[in-house]
Design a protein around this ligand. Structure first.
Ligand code: URA
Length: 194
């Protein structure tokens, strides 16, 4: 096992044992899995969503439900293979009823995301939705550029170690063709960064 594989495995073990999380009891009660992340450990692109939904918590895999189908189609539309990217979330356990993640939930899981970024060293970080956008911009020196996702989506920013592009969350495009069109355009912008 490579050093990267080992370091990512350690994150998985720590999240599995994260009894201090406010979402841990729900995970155990529902026999859910935490969703750590999936894909290439040497990916050039890392996608960061919000938190697992029900399908994800039942399988332990990120973006495997309806939003995942939208993500898969967007990747196909620009010729990127899902196996070549890394997909994760800021919050690794499912918030009950798919509610928005709370600040203390983001705070407890975000250090694991930071470590995933440090280990995988992606060239490009693409956030999906406003929670991961806000976190990444604040954490990685782009807080002065922060604005609403409707203003920032599809724009490219340079952070110290990666190019950053905020994207709308694919779930938002399930019932909104206009947003799906916007996401498709933004994925074309992402494609040019590779
Ligand atoms: N929505 C997310 O933000 N992440 C997932 O893994 C699935 C749905």
């Amino acid at each position: 096992m490579s050093e990267r594989d080992e370091a990512l495995k350690k994150i998985k073990e720590e999240v599995i044992g994260l009894g201090a999380s406010p979402l841990y009891a729900e995970r155990m009660r529902n026999k859910y899995f935490p969703v750590i992340g999936e894909g290439s450990h040497s990916a050039e692109i890392m996608f960061i969503g919000e938190a697992p939904g029900e399908n994800e918590a039942k399988t332990g895999r990120p973006f495997c439900g309806r939003a995942g189908k939208v993500l898969d189609d967007l990747l196909i539309s620009v010729g990127i293979e899902r196996k070549d990217v890394y997909v994760t979330n800021i919050v690794k356990d499912r918030p009950p009823g798919n509610r928005d993640p709370l600040p203390d939930e983001i705070a407890i899981y975000a250090p694991f995301l930071d470590r995933q970024i440090e280990i995988i060293k992606p060239k490009i970080v693409a956030t999906l939705g406003r929670f991961s956008m806000q976190y990444v911009m604040t954490r990685y020196g782009l807080e002065w550029e922060l604005d609403s996702i409707s203003k920032l989506h599809g724009k490219v920013f340079s952070a110290k170690d990666f190019q950053f592009i905020p994207l709308y969350h694919p779930a938002a495009a399930i019932y909104n063709q206009h947003l799906l069109g916007t996401l498709k355009e933004d994925f074309k912008a992402l494609r040019t960064l590779i």
